[in-house]
Design a protein around this ligand. Sequence first.
Ligand SMILES: [Fe+2]
Length: 158
Amino acid sequence: MNEANIGLSPDTRQKIISVLSNVLADQYVLCTKTRNYHWNVTGEDFAQYHKLFEEQYSAIDEDIDEVAERIRALGGKTIATLTEFLKSARLKEHAGEFPSAKTMIGNLLTDHETVIRNLRNDIEICDDVDDVGTEDFLTQLMEKHEKTAWMLRATIEN
Ligand SMILES: [Fe+2]
């Protein structure tokens, strides 16, 4: 098998693949949670939230593909089962809970903010091992979450 000869040591690539696997797992949980809310939201603003959640899980789904393919580009195999995603995720699921639309927005906001804070640490790890490619990649991903967090925050602000 050909090793990726891209100027990063096997140790470094392994470390970054581990970081990206955690990011991927969190994205998967957040995507599923957003889709859960797309399906289960109720109330007079149903149509608005149903559509908003669809836009958001679709965007996260595209990011999931990018993260998984970056793991492959660094020479790793990507985790790809629900069992592995749940094991590696830092976000928590809340099965069987169907909160109000406002609480759904608040829960998603909390999760996006958690992802942003985790990404800051993940970006630091990339910086420590001079993986500028993944550092740039995760910085752009973090900026997307910052924008989504702002939109969610604005939705429930008075
Ligand atoms: Fe749908």
